[in-house]
Ligand binder design. Structure first.
Ligand code: CUA
Length: 349
Protein backbone atom coordinates (compact mmCIF):
# COMPACT_ATOMS: atom_id res chain seq x y z
CA UNK A 1 0.00 0.00 0.00
CA UNK A 2 1.32 3.45 -0.85
CA UNK A 3 1.19 6.16 1.75
CA UNK A 4 -1.09 9.07 0.91
CA UNK A 5 0.75 12.27 0.09
CA UNK A 6 0.26 15.23 2.37
CA UNK A 7 0.31 18.29 0.12
CA UNK A 8 -1.39 20.43 2.78
CA UNK A 9 1.47 19.96 5.20
CA UNK A 10 4.01 20.93 2.58
CA UNK A 11 2.02 24.03 1.72
CA UNK A 12 1.66 24.94 5.39
CA UNK A 13 5.39 24.51 5.92
CA UNK A 14 6.13 26.73 2.94
CA UNK A 15 3.69 29.37 4.14
CA UNK A 16 5.25 29.25 7.60
CA UNK A 17 8.76 29.59 6.19
CA UNK A 18 7.65 32.56 4.10
CA UNK A 19 5.93 34.17 7.08
CA UNK A 20 8.99 33.70 9.28
CA UNK A 21 11.17 35.42 6.73
CA UNK A 22 8.71 38.30 6.55
CA UNK A 23 8.52 38.56 10.33
CA UNK A 24 12.28 38.64 10.61
CA UNK A 25 13.05 41.03 7.76
CA UNK A 26 9.83 43.02 7.67
CA UNK A 27 10.64 43.77 4.05
CA UNK A 28 7.22 43.34 2.48
CA UNK A 29 4.25 45.63 2.45
CA UNK A 30 0.63 44.69 1.81
CA UNK A 31 -2.01 46.55 -0.15
CA UNK A 32 -4.25 48.70 1.94
CA UNK A 33 -7.94 49.61 1.90
CA UNK A 34 -8.94 53.24 2.24
CA UNK A 35 -5.97 54.85 0.52
CA UNK A 36 -3.84 55.20 3.65
CA UNK A 37 -0.83 53.70 1.84
CA UNK A 38 1.01 50.40 2.17
CA UNK A 39 0.85 48.61 5.51
CA UNK A 40 4.20 47.61 6.99
CA UNK A 41 4.69 43.99 7.98
CA UNK A 42 4.65 44.17 11.77
CA UNK A 43 8.14 42.89 12.52
CA UNK A 44 9.68 44.06 15.78
CA UNK A 45 13.02 44.13 13.92
CA UNK A 46 11.79 46.50 11.19
CA UNK A 47 11.89 49.35 13.71
CA UNK A 48 10.54 52.83 13.09
CA UNK A 49 10.97 54.59 16.45
CA UNK A 50 13.56 55.03 19.21
CA UNK A 51 11.88 52.75 21.81
CA UNK A 52 11.48 50.01 19.18
CA UNK A 53 15.18 50.41 18.27
CA UNK A 54 16.17 49.97 21.92
CA UNK A 55 14.04 46.83 22.25
CA UNK A 56 15.22 45.30 18.96
CA UNK A 57 18.91 45.92 19.79
CA UNK A 58 18.43 44.41 23.22
CA UNK A 59 16.64 41.37 21.74
CA UNK A 60 19.53 40.82 19.32
CA UNK A 61 22.02 41.03 22.22
CA UNK A 62 20.06 38.42 24.22
CA UNK A 63 19.56 36.19 21.16
CA UNK A 64 23.31 36.51 20.39
CA UNK A 65 24.40 35.53 23.90
CA UNK A 66 21.93 32.63 24.00
CA UNK A 67 23.07 31.46 20.55
CA UNK A 68 26.72 31.55 21.69
CA UNK A 69 25.86 29.51 24.82
CA UNK A 70 23.91 27.06 22.68
CA UNK A 71 26.78 26.63 20.23
CA UNK A 72 29.32 26.03 23.04
CA UNK A 73 27.10 23.58 24.98
CA UNK A 74 25.82 21.71 21.91
CA UNK A 75 29.34 21.63 20.43
CA UNK A 76 30.92 20.18 23.57
CA UNK A 77 28.07 17.69 23.87
CA UNK A 78 28.50 16.57 20.24
CA UNK A 79 32.28 16.17 20.64
CA UNK A 80 31.77 14.16 23.84
CA UNK A 81 29.12 11.90 22.37
CA UNK A 82 31.17 11.16 19.25
CA UNK A 83 34.61 10.86 20.85
CA UNK A 84 33.70 8.91 23.96
CA UNK A 85 30.98 6.65 22.64
CA UNK A 86 31.15 2.95 23.45
CA UNK A 87 33.17 0.88 20.95
CA UNK A 88 33.46 -2.91 20.56
CA UNK A 89 36.15 -4.28 22.83
CA UNK A 90 35.95 -1.34 25.28
CA UNK A 91 36.54 -1.94 28.95
CA UNK A 92 32.96 -1.87 30.32
CA UNK A 93 33.88 -0.80 33.83
CA UNK A 94 32.97 2.70 35.07
CA UNK A 95 35.66 5.23 34.17
CA UNK A 96 37.58 6.98 37.00
CA UNK A 97 35.30 9.51 38.77
CA UNK A 98 36.60 13.07 39.13
CA UNK A 99 35.34 15.27 41.97
CA UNK A 100 36.09 18.96 42.31
CA UNK A 101 38.15 20.91 39.84
CA UNK A 102 38.74 24.50 40.93
CA UNK A 103 39.29 25.77 37.39
CA UNK A 104 36.18 24.15 35.92
CA UNK A 105 33.95 25.16 38.83
CA UNK A 106 35.26 28.73 38.78
CA UNK A 107 34.65 28.93 35.04
CA UNK A 108 31.04 27.77 35.21
CA UNK A 109 30.30 30.04 38.16
CA UNK A 110 32.06 33.20 37.06
CA UNK A 111 31.10 33.22 33.36
CA UNK A 112 27.30 32.94 33.96
CA UNK A 113 27.59 35.56 36.73
CA UNK A 114 29.27 37.98 34.33
CA UNK A 115 26.56 37.32 31.71
CA UNK A 116 23.79 37.94 34.26
CA UNK A 117 25.46 41.16 35.50
CA UNK A 118 25.94 42.40 31.92
CA UNK A 119 22.30 41.67 30.98
CA UNK A 120 21.09 43.21 34.26
CA UNK A 121 22.98 46.47 33.63
CA UNK A 122 21.83 46.71 30.01
CA UNK A 123 18.23 45.94 31.07
CA UNK A 124 18.31 48.70 33.72
CA UNK A 125 19.67 51.22 31.19
CA UNK A 126 16.99 50.25 28.65
CA UNK A 127 14.13 50.39 31.18
CA UNK A 128 15.20 53.93 32.14
CA UNK A 129 15.34 54.96 28.47
CA UNK A 130 11.93 53.38 27.73
CA UNK A 131 10.30 55.05 30.74
CA UNK A 132 11.76 58.46 29.82
CA UNK A 133 10.72 60.62 32.74
CA UNK A 134 11.48 64.08 31.35
CA UNK A 135 9.36 65.03 28.36
CA UNK A 136 10.92 67.00 25.51
CA UNK A 137 9.58 70.30 24.17
CA UNK A 138 6.48 69.93 21.98
CA UNK A 139 5.44 66.44 23.13
CA UNK A 140 1.98 65.29 22.15
CA UNK A 141 -0.35 63.77 24.77
CA UNK A 142 -2.72 60.99 23.68
CA UNK A 143 -4.99 58.87 25.86
CA UNK A 144 -5.63 55.28 24.78
CA UNK A 145 -8.64 53.52 26.30
CA UNK A 146 -9.07 49.79 25.77
CA UNK A 147 -12.61 48.50 25.33
CA UNK A 148 -14.01 45.03 24.61
CA UNK A 149 -13.08 44.97 21.65
CA UNK A 150 -11.91 48.24 20.23
CA UNK A 151 -9.55 51.12 20.88
CA UNK A 152 -10.50 54.65 21.81
CA UNK A 153 -7.95 57.42 21.12
CA UNK A 154 -8.37 60.84 22.72
CA UNK A 155 -6.23 63.90 21.96
CA UNK A 156 -7.06 65.94 25.09
CA UNK A 157 -5.32 69.16 23.98
CA UNK A 158 -7.11 69.23 20.63
CA UNK A 159 -10.48 67.88 21.79
CA UNK A 160 -10.30 65.10 19.20
CA UNK A 161 -11.68 61.59 19.77
CA UNK A 162 -11.34 58.72 17.34
CA UNK A 163 -11.29 54.92 17.31
CA UNK A 164 -9.07 52.04 16.18
CA UNK A 165 -6.93 54.13 13.84
CA UNK A 166 -4.33 56.20 15.61
CA UNK A 167 -2.80 59.16 13.76
CA UNK A 168 0.62 60.44 14.81
CA UNK A 169 3.08 63.02 13.53
CA UNK A 170 6.52 61.90 12.39
CA UNK A 171 9.41 62.89 14.67
CA UNK A 172 7.32 64.47 17.42
CA UNK A 173 7.41 62.36 20.61
CA UNK A 174 3.97 61.17 21.68
CA UNK A 175 3.32 60.25 25.31
CA UNK A 176 0.40 57.92 25.94
CA UNK A 177 -1.79 57.51 29.00
CA UNK A 178 -3.09 53.94 28.80
CA UNK A 179 -6.42 53.13 30.47
CA UNK A 180 -9.09 50.45 30.27
CA UNK A 181 -12.85 50.62 30.36
CA UNK A 182 -13.38 46.97 31.31
CA UNK A 183 -10.70 44.25 31.42
CA UNK A 184 -6.93 44.16 30.92
CA UNK A 185 -5.82 44.80 27.34
CA UNK A 186 -2.33 45.34 25.98
CA UNK A 187 -1.25 48.04 23.54
CA UNK A 188 1.33 46.78 21.06
CA UNK A 189 2.63 48.16 17.77
CA UNK A 190 5.75 46.02 17.24
CA UNK A 191 7.54 48.49 14.95
CA UNK A 192 6.95 51.46 17.24
CA UNK A 193 7.11 50.25 20.84
CA UNK A 194 6.99 47.38 23.28
CA UNK A 195 3.80 46.09 24.86
CA UNK A 196 2.18 47.87 27.78
CA UNK A 197 -0.97 46.71 29.54
CA UNK A 198 -4.12 48.82 29.86
CA UNK A 199 -5.47 48.08 33.33
CA UNK A 200 -8.84 49.17 34.78
CA UNK A 201 -8.54 51.89 37.47
CA UNK A 202 -4.91 52.55 36.67
CA UNK A 203 -3.01 54.69 34.18
CA UNK A 204 0.07 53.26 32.50
CA UNK A 205 2.47 55.22 30.36
CA UNK A 206 4.26 54.67 27.07
CA UNK A 207 6.02 56.91 24.58
CA UNK A 208 7.12 56.66 20.98
CA UNK A 209 8.61 58.96 18.34
CA UNK A 210 7.71 57.50 14.92
CA UNK A 211 10.65 58.17 12.61
CA UNK A 212 9.10 57.57 9.19
CA UNK A 213 5.64 58.11 7.74
CA UNK A 214 3.59 55.04 6.91
CA UNK A 215 0.85 52.72 8.19
CA UNK A 216 1.86 50.47 11.05
CA UNK A 217 -0.32 47.72 12.43
CA UNK A 218 -0.67 46.51 15.98
CA UNK A 219 -2.80 44.18 18.03
CA UNK A 220 -4.14 43.80 21.54
CA UNK A 221 -1.56 41.55 23.17
CA UNK A 222 -3.44 40.40 26.26
CA UNK A 223 -6.33 37.94 26.05
CA UNK A 224 -9.40 40.03 26.79
CA UNK A 225 -12.39 37.92 25.72
CA UNK A 226 -13.90 36.28 22.65
CA UNK A 227 -12.93 39.01 20.19
CA UNK A 228 -9.39 39.58 21.48
CA UNK A 229 -8.03 38.49 18.09
CA UNK A 230 -10.13 41.18 16.40
CA UNK A 231 -8.75 44.01 18.46
CA UNK A 232 -6.49 45.25 15.72
CA UNK A 233 -5.16 48.74 15.58
CA UNK A 234 -3.47 50.72 12.89
CA UNK A 235 -1.24 53.72 13.25
CA UNK A 236 -1.00 56.23 10.44
CA UNK A 237 2.18 58.28 10.80
CA UNK A 238 1.98 61.59 8.91
CA UNK A 239 4.38 64.38 8.07
CA UNK A 240 3.78 67.34 10.43
CA UNK A 241 1.66 69.40 7.97
CA UNK A 242 -0.47 66.35 7.09
CA UNK A 243 -0.96 65.58 10.77
CA UNK A 244 -2.06 69.19 11.46
CA UNK A 245 -4.53 68.92 8.55
CA UNK A 246 -5.89 65.64 9.94
CA UNK A 247 -6.29 67.17 13.41
CA UNK A 248 -8.00 70.28 12.06
CA UNK A 249 -10.49 68.12 10.17
CA UNK A 250 -11.15 65.85 13.15
CA UNK A 251 -11.83 68.90 15.33
CA UNK A 252 -14.78 69.95 13.19
CA UNK A 253 -18.36 68.87 13.94
CA UNK A 254 -20.02 66.19 11.83
CA UNK A 255 -21.02 67.12 8.30
CA UNK A 256 -24.71 67.92 7.79
CA UNK A 257 -26.17 66.69 4.51
CA UNK A 258 -29.88 67.44 3.92
CA UNK A 259 -30.23 64.58 1.40
CA UNK A 260 -29.71 61.97 4.18
CA UNK A 261 -32.07 63.62 6.70
CA UNK A 262 -34.26 60.48 6.87
CA UNK A 263 -31.31 58.28 7.82
CA UNK A 264 -30.09 60.84 10.33
CA UNK A 265 -33.52 61.02 12.02
CA UNK A 266 -33.60 57.21 12.16
CA UNK A 267 -30.12 57.13 13.70
CA UNK A 268 -31.06 59.74 16.28
CA UNK A 269 -34.34 58.07 17.20
CA UNK A 270 -32.87 54.61 17.87
CA UNK A 271 -30.59 53.32 20.62
CA UNK A 272 -27.55 54.16 18.40
CA UNK A 273 -27.22 57.47 20.27
CA UNK A 274 -26.87 55.75 23.64
CA UNK A 275 -23.51 54.32 22.63
CA UNK A 276 -22.15 56.54 19.86
CA UNK A 277 -21.19 60.19 19.65
CA UNK A 278 -21.69 62.24 16.51
CA UNK A 279 -20.43 65.69 17.45
CA UNK A 280 -22.83 68.49 16.55
CA UNK A 281 -25.88 66.23 17.11
CA UNK A 282 -27.68 64.87 20.18
CA UNK A 283 -25.80 61.58 19.88
CA UNK A 284 -23.28 61.63 22.73
CA UNK A 285 -22.93 58.01 23.89
CA UNK A 286 -19.47 56.86 24.96
CA UNK A 287 -19.84 53.08 25.11
CA UNK A 288 -19.03 52.62 21.41
CA UNK A 289 -16.69 54.40 19.00
CA UNK A 290 -17.12 58.09 18.18
CA UNK A 291 -18.67 58.26 14.70
CA UNK A 292 -18.23 61.99 14.02
CA UNK A 293 -15.66 61.30 11.28
CA UNK A 294 -16.40 57.61 10.72
CA UNK A 295 -15.63 57.76 7.01
CA UNK A 296 -12.11 59.09 7.64
CA UNK A 297 -11.29 55.58 8.86
CA UNK A 298 -10.26 52.75 6.51
CA UNK A 299 -11.73 49.92 8.59
CA UNK A 300 -14.64 49.15 10.90
CA UNK A 301 -15.06 46.87 13.91
CA UNK A 302 -11.43 47.40 14.99
CA UNK A 303 -10.00 46.13 11.74
CA UNK A 304 -12.45 43.28 10.92
CA UNK A 305 -13.62 44.76 7.60
CA UNK A 306 -12.91 47.62 5.23
CA UNK A 307 -15.10 50.65 5.76
CA UNK A 308 -17.48 50.73 2.79
CA UNK A 309 -21.22 50.67 2.15
CA UNK A 310 -21.51 46.87 1.83
CA UNK A 311 -19.66 46.19 5.10
CA UNK A 312 -21.52 48.96 6.94
CA UNK A 313 -24.84 47.41 5.83
CA UNK A 314 -23.63 44.00 7.02
CA UNK A 315 -22.40 45.50 10.29
CA UNK A 316 -25.57 47.44 11.14
CA UNK A 317 -27.79 44.51 10.10
CA UNK A 318 -26.00 42.03 12.31
CA UNK A 319 -22.69 43.05 13.92
CA UNK A 320 -22.35 39.55 15.35
CA UNK A 321 -21.92 38.20 11.83
CA UNK A 322 -18.65 40.08 11.27
CA UNK A 323 -17.55 39.95 14.90
CA UNK A 324 -19.17 37.18 16.99
CA UNK A 325 -19.72 38.29 20.58
CA UNK A 326 -19.47 42.01 19.77
CA UNK A 327 -21.17 44.31 22.29
CA UNK A 328 -23.15 46.16 19.62
CA UNK A 329 -26.65 44.69 19.22
CA UNK A 330 -28.47 44.23 15.91
CA UNK A 331 -30.93 47.14 15.79
CA UNK A 332 -33.67 45.06 14.09
CA UNK A 333 -34.45 47.72 11.48
CA UNK A 334 -36.07 47.04 8.11
CA UNK A 335 -33.53 46.55 5.28
CA UNK A 336 -34.69 49.83 3.74
CA UNK A 337 -34.13 51.68 7.03
CA UNK A 338 -30.69 50.12 7.39
CA UNK A 339 -29.84 51.44 3.94
CA UNK A 340 -30.99 54.91 5.01
CA UNK A 341 -28.97 54.84 8.25
CA UNK A 342 -25.87 53.66 6.36
CA UNK A 343 -26.34 56.38 3.73
CA UNK A 344 -26.29 58.86 6.62
CA UNK A 345 -23.15 57.24 8.10
CA UNK A 346 -21.48 57.48 4.67
CA UNK A 347 -21.72 61.28 4.86
CA UNK A 348 -19.73 61.43 8.12
CA UNK A 349 -16.37 62.23 6.50
CU1 CUA B 1 -8.09 43.62 24.16
CU2 CUA B 1 -7.05 41.48 23.91
Amino acid sequence: MTRPRTPNLVTLAQVWAGLSILLITGSAAAAEPGGQGAVQVPSMFATASTPADIIAEYSLLVIGICAAIFVVVAGLLTVTVVRFRSRPGDDRREPPQVYGSNQVELAWTVVPMLIVILLGLVTARNILALQKDERPEGWLPVTVIGHQWWWEFRYPEQGVVTANELHLPVGRPTFFDLESQDVIHSFWIPQLSGKTDLIPNRTNHLWMDPLKPGVYVGQCAEYCGTQHAHMLLRVVVHSLPDFERWLAHQRTDAAVSPEVAVGRRLFESTACVNCHTVRGTDADGRFGPDLTHLMSRATIGSGVASNDRAHLIEWVTNPDHLKPGVRMPAMKLEPKQIGQVVDYLLTLH
